[in-house]
Design a protein around this ligand. Structure first.
Ligand SMILES: *Cc1c(COP(=O)(O)O)cnc(C)c1O
Length: 393
């Protein structure tokens, strides 16, 4: 196999590089929903496309190799991958889960799983004592997302996996923000790694998809059973889009991270910016853990402006980034967590978590970083002018 090569090369050099039938250098998109059986008693590899489709399987093979697991699974959305993983649990089980988990996961755990008798405790996973205190006799799962959204808190993946193993529980890690390019949760002891492939893996804001990779082959069998039972699989066209996105993951991440570091340092120096959240800054409280468990801090950062008025003027004057939900795309995306990802959270709780009415999240894309800095400088200057005019008047 290709394991003697680097990750960068493996993105392109894998067993699906060349179609064995035709020599095509792009994975064929197989739309068939059913497959002819040549023998009444012995069916071929594929029978019905929910159970298996060659294009989806190519993506599943590729992500399994990149995440260093035994088997990959592709789903219609990130939430479908995450929800299917939760179905490994049974009535009466308990989950210890990071308090600043993705909003959709929060909703799944707190409003859906609860109806099926699966309980949970939200904890600040940067506090290992709090994690230990949350454990119950029926705790079967630890659910990690790191760095977290939108304040980029970092959880020690290996420490959580060690705690989980002591209690015979599983660990799932949502690796959407860093991707296997920078962080390999399975190598750190996790059982399942989950992705919204809508973000960096797809990378072009043109596909909604989810991926899961399971480490243990036996657990992977159970997971496959659930994928087929629940049935929220990724279609062939979308599987191909994610496969194409993956080919450029390395160059995209490299460029975006380079710019993200520069932008984090730029924002840190702006008088109108109260706080910058980026695990690549030495001032970040979990900088050392981030350095230890990942090879980069990623391409997402958040910054808090002095007040909501300044934030509004700033957003109204930036020209380059799109102002939208989502992240991990070729274009920079500026988001307003208070009104977007965390709109459902009560203001008091939001503010307590640092998600103020003046916090913005930036997913850094592939634009020239000097253009981005100029754009942000100009918008900040505008905010400064308007702000001082107002305070004079
Ligand atoms: C977007 C996102 C999800 C959900 O994925 P969808 O593809 O939108 O269903 C889960 N986790 C994280 C960290 C995300 O950013």
């Amino acid at each position: 196999m290709s394991d003697s090569f680097t990750f960068q090369t493996n993105l392109l050099h894998n067993k699906h590089k060349i179609d064995p039938e035709t020599g095509a250098v792009s994975v064929p998109i197989q739309h068939a929903s059913t497959f002819h059986q040549y023998d009444i008693d012995t069916f071929g590899k594929y029978d019905y496309a929910r159970s298996g489709n060659p294009t989806r399987e190519a993506l599943e093979d590729v992500i399994a190799e990149l995440e260093e697991g035994s088997r990959g699974f592709a789903f219609a959305t990130g939430m479908a991958a995450i929800s299917t993983a939760f179905m490994l649990l049974s009535k009466g089980d308990h989950v210890v889960i990071t308090e600043d988990v993705y909003g959709g996961t929060f909703r799944m755990v707190s409003q859906v799983l609860i109806r099926f008798g699966i309980s949970h405790t939200f904890v600040d996973m940067t506090d290992l004592e709090a994690v230990k205190n949350a454990i119950q006799p029926n705790t079967k799962l630890f659910y990690v997302e790191t760095p977290s959204n939108p304040t980029l808190k970092v959880t020690d993946i290996k420490a959580i996996c060690d705690i989980a193993k002591e209690h015979d529980a599983l660990t799932f890690v949502d690796n959407t923000f860093l991707t296997p390019e920078f962080q390999k949760p399975l190598a750190l002891g996790a059982d399942i790694v989950l992705h919204s492939a809508t973000k960096f893996l797809g990378g072009h804001s043109d596909v909604v998809a989810g991926l899961a990779v399971v480490k243990d082959p036996e657990l992977a069998e159970k997971f496959y059973f659930l994928q087929n039972s629940f049935g929220s699989v990724l279609g062939p066209q979308d599987s191909w889009l994610v496969l194409r996105g993956l080919k450029t993951l390395h160059v995209r991440m490299k460029q975006s991270v380079e710019s993200a570091i520069k932008l984090a340092k730029f924002f840190e120096q702006q008088p109108l910016v109260r706080k910058v959240y980026y695990p690549g800054l030495e001032s970040h409280p979990q900088y050392d853990i981030q350095q230890k468990q990942a090879t980069s801090a990623g391409a997402v950062l958040s910054f808090d402006l002095h007040n909501e008025e300044i934030m509004r003027t700033f957003v109204n004057h930036v020209k380059i980034p799109v102002f939208a939900v989502s992240l991990g795309a070729v274009e920079s995306i500026l988001s307003y967590p208070a009104k977007m990802s965390h709109a459902a959270m009560p203001e008091e709780e939001r503010t307590q978590r640092g998600i103020t009415n003046s916090l913005l999240r930036l997913s850094v894309g592939l634009e020239n970083v000097d253009d981005l800095i100029k754009d942000f400088s100009d918008a900040l200057e505008k905010a400064d002018q308007i702000h001082s005019i107002q305070s004079q008047g």
